[in-house]
Design a protein around this ligand. Sequence first.
Ligand code: NAD
Length: 498
Amino acid sequence: MIGNYINGARVTDDSAPTAEIFDPALGAVTGQVQLSSAQATRDAIANAAKAFETWSKITPLNRSRILFKFKDLMEANIDELANLISREHGKVESDAKGELTRGLEVVEFACGIPHLQKGEHSRNVGRNVDSHSLMTPLGVCAGITPFNFPAMVPMWMFPIALATGNTFILKPSEKNPSISIRMAELLTQAGLPDGVFNVVQGGKESVDEILENCQVEAVSFVGSTPIAEYIYQKGSQYGKRVQALGGAKNHMVVMPDADISQVTGALMGAAYGSAGERCMAISVAVAVGDEVADALVAQLSDELQTMKVGPGYGVSEENEMGPLVTEAHLEKVKGYIAAGKAEGATLLVDGREHDVTKTSSGYFLGGTLFDHVSKEMSIYQEEIFGPVLCVMRVKSLDEAIALINDHEFGNGTSIFTQNGMASREFSDQIQVGMVGINVPIPVPMAFHSFGGWKRSLFGPLHMHGSDGVRFFTRMKTITTRWPHVSQVTSDFIMPTMK
Ligand code: NAD
């Protein structure tokens, strides 16, 4: 059974309720995960609060040295880690390695903490008066993370939280809990003191304890929008700092001057990579003009015939797309395909008819392509989170921008064009947090911040980059004067610096 990681060791509670862990490629149960009680979560938080007393006093340079070592260990074990992700998530191993690499870039960023946490200093703000600000750690911080990036999303959070001197509780998705325990073990191996990083497996009961517990100072969340909103509201109500990233519906605008082969290549990866289970996946292609749309759907339909769908691990010739995460999710996505057809969209390629969907016991679905999708359809309105691409047809860039701005989500978007003016107009007008110009999945690098707009993010600060450092620290500003004895006076008016 996969249990918790507390105080530098694996801990399991045989009396706790459990959930099943599946291998999505086999469609079979491969293990159990503990669903921790509120009391077990409370104990883990109390432990982390104790560890904070010493960890917060360790010098930033020594904290970053541990993170350097952790990065080395993760890289040395990358094959094993990618395999572990693939066996519980379903994504192909090469994609799992990409996820690990993007997460480790945040570790690399956090290794620069001696520089990033310097604070500010002003000399002589008044006569013989200096001012300096300290970026101090908060205390116990928690991360609640989704199934789709079981290593990268936690690494958006804990490297910066730990580097800035906080201790951390990770509550990973119950769908793929194992990688979090391996990361915890490698942190211990890298020299992280016991209790600084802890993993609590569980569902709503442990999440609610995290949100209500007065020893938790900050909560980072990534997941679906209804839960993100719940976490933001409840965490804020209990006086915590909260950043909660939610769902998405990401559009790619294809302008008449775009190279259609280039666009098709980009869309294949962006729409079908990781079976569409990415918050930055492109799920809507907005073609400007019928000519562009016709050429695009023709090429995409061809490409889908040769896309390799199969298990993400254990194959000599690597597959490009693995299964969906669970049977329930597979059924949900199939339900959207049926709904899209019933609502009148043109179903050009039906993933339900793919050989692997029909013959495998795993949760496979072939890539699916809809044309003539319109605004009121559920396949456009809602996040499907599967390998389903909707093509919409508009007449102008203005119409494309208005369409995207009208959607409830605002996570990522992109435009493919050779026209600099059009791309500038697009990036100026679009109400979306992350924008790509001829880049299909514009995930910012670790030293920039990641986050959407509208109902894709609740809270003011994005993940990692400078926002990440700000989220995990609080400012203390110190004003200092060393007066001569002869200068001591009593001032009854508001102090001003002369
Ligand atoms: P989810 O919302 O179901 O679960 C996320 C986390 O919340 C998990 O740890 C889960 O255990 C917990 N949780 C679930 N229900 C809960 C409840 N009722 N009360 C308290 N906690 C609860 O999300 P998921 O299915 O694991 O992940 C997919 C979603 O995550 C998609 O909507 C995707 O867009 C989103 N996502 C967003 C980003 C982003 O950066 N915006 C990144 C990755 C994933």
